[in-house]
Design a protein around this ligand. Structure first.
Ligand code: KG4
Ligand code: ZN
Length: 519
């Protein structure tokens, strides 16, 4: 006999009835606490089937994860079985999943033939095994999946769901805030962004004090320091954003390029958090992160844009056609601009990393005191070279007496900075004009340089360009920019990202080493 059951939202007062059905149905039942938690869970799907004479006869608990829905628990009271209660519950759930255009996953005991038959009827098929999933018996779980719009008895209109599918828009894919993690070099950073891209927190733990005594970043030391700090940095970012791990809608992480041991720490941390909470993972190219710092600072900058990325590790000019299409226009043929500043600072006896010290000293000197070579000045290509200017500085200082070196330090610093900045600015403005760009952006630690900031605005605006110089916090390595890039880029659904590995040499334009991870 089939009796119609009405399906409605589970409420707190239903928990005793639901718990009784659960205990009658499973050898390893959920606890009362688990059900009470579900009633308060934002992503929870929770419905009961009932009719007037019998009260609550069954229930279904699910989760609406951003990338896929999950059927977690379905049970019907023994007295009410085979009368359509389970069908009513599953029908409501899969219809809503179709509406949301999400596939549905579930785990079932392979011995539970009756449940498998029910799910197959509703369009689920077996897609894999989870080894030793059931801790009571050590049994494997069979994973079943129902694609969007799969046929079923009364599964709704699959055509309508398909037609509603939109283009790529990261903002629409997130149900909660995005946690972003960056560990490609010597800064451990975590940030939380709202699904709309607002930065809710951005915590950076710099390792400068650790590497100072070596005068440079020591990869093994960096990776150990990331291990020691990352958990605290993530916890702090969540706390400052007022978010818990269970609130998150996704996790973004830098997968390359960078120091492999350092990248590994961030990637494993991100994977673990995403996996534990069944969230999608957003793999991010570190360079895309630097480029995103520009639109994090000015979301309305007109495109196309040319952005100068100048840091301790890279110096390149990138054409940004939209927030996911990048073209490498030119780059340094030898040292990075930050490296040239740091090496110059070292020759001048300043601290580590010396870029900022050299910049400060240069503010007091005469930039015309010494003529340093501006490399590739006449070359039409938007490339850079900084080894010549560094060598010139070495010989200049070598030929000075100790007194002269001390007396002229500010003039030397100012002239040296002038040559580097002139190369960066003239090549950037030239490339932007040649590309027909409307905006000119700058990113990377060297964007903190005061002369570079001034001159880029001056010359860029004179050339009719909209110039974006992000705040310092978004110029040096930070996780907020990684989150901003992630929101425009591709994501991998749970649990497809377990094979994502970091890549020390990930090229511009690639989001991860997986072939299918392009937007
Ligand atoms: O982007 P970043 O934090 O890390 C890398 O990805 O390399 O950049 C750090 C670099 C260092 O070389 C540092 O000396 C340089 O940025 N830097 C500066 C200034 N502040 C930081 N270079 C010139 N002038 C500055 N004010
Ligand atoms: Zn960087």
């Amino acid at each position: 006999m089939r009796v119609n059951f009405a399906v409605r939202q589970m409420q707190f007062k239903d928990v005793p009835a639901v718990l009784a059905i659960e205990r009658q149905s499973f050898g390893m039942p959920w606890t009362r606490q688990m059900f009470e938690d579900e009633v308060h869970q934002d992503l929870a799907w929770r419905q009961v089937a009932q009719n007037d004479s019998e009260g609550v006869a069954g229930f279904l608990l699910g989760r609406e994860y951003p990338d896929a829905w999950h059927l977690m628990d379905l049970a019907v009271a023994p007295r009410a079985r085979r009368r359509g209660a389970a069908d009513s519950l599953v029908a409501a759930f899969v219809a809503a999943a179709d509406q949301a255009e999400r596939p549905v996953f579930l785990e079932v005991r392979p011995k539970n033939a009756e449940a498998m038959a029910l799910y197959e009827k509703w369009g689920f098929t077996a897609v894999g095994l989870r080894k030793r999933y059931y801790t009571d018996t050590g049994e494997d779980a069979l994973v079943m999946m129902r694609p969007v719009g799969a046929a079923g008895p009364g599964a709704g209109d699959p055509g309508a769901a398909g037609a509603a599918r939109g283009g790529i828009d990261g903002r629409r894919r997130l149900r909660g805030p995005l946690l972003a993690i960056e560990s490609s070099c010597d800064d451990s950073s975590a940030a939380v962004l709202s699904p709309d891209g607002d930065v809710l927190s951005n915590v950076v733990h710099s390792q400068d004090a650790i590497h100072e005594r070596y005068g440079g970043v020591v990869p093994e030391v960096a990776s150990r320091a990331h291990v020691e700090r990352m958990t605290a940095v993530v916890r702090e970012a969540l706390a400052q954003a007022g978010a818990g791990a269970t609130d998150l809608g996704g996790v973004a992480v830098t997968v390359g390029p960078g120091l492999i041991g350092a990248l590994l720490v961030g990637v494993q941390t991100a994977k673990a958090i995403a996996w534990a909470h069944r969230l999608p993972l957003f793999p991010v190219n570190h360079l895309h992160g630097h480029l995103a710092a520009v639109w994090l600072a000015d979301h309305d900058a007109p495109l196309p844009m040319v952005t100068l990325v100048a840091s301790g590790g890279h110096t390149s000019l990138v054409g940004v056609d939209d927030w996911t299409s990048f073209r490498l226009l030119g780059q340094t043929l030898d040292d990075a601009a930050g490296e040239a500043f740091d090496k110059g600072a070292r020759l001048l006896g300043l601290g580590y990393p010396g870029g900022r010290e050299l910049d400060r000293l240069a503010e007091e000197g005469d930039p015309k005191a010494f003529a340093f070579p501006v490399a590739l000045k006449r070359s039409p290509r938007p490339d850079f070279s900084f080894s010549g200017v560094k060598t010139a500085l070495f010989y200049l200082l070598r030929d000075m007496s100790a007194e002269e070196r001390a007396a002229r330090a500010a003039d030397v610093a100012a002239s040296y900075r002038e040559a580097i900045v002139e190369a960066l600015v003239s090549k950037s403005v030239k490339a932007a004009k040649a590309e027909g760009a409307r905006s000119l952006g700058v990113a990377g630690g060297v964007a903190a340089n005061s002369l570079l900031r001034r001159r880029l605005v001056e010359r860029g605006e004179a050339a009719g360009l909209h110039v974006v110089v992000p705040p310092f916090a978004y110029c040096t390595d930070n996780a907020a920019m990684i989150g901003a890039a992630a929101l425009a880029g591709p994501s991998l659904p749970y649990p497809d990202y377990l094979d994502v590995d970091p890549s020390a040499s990930l090229p511009l334009g690639r989001w991860s080493t997986l072939p299918d991870s392009h937007p």
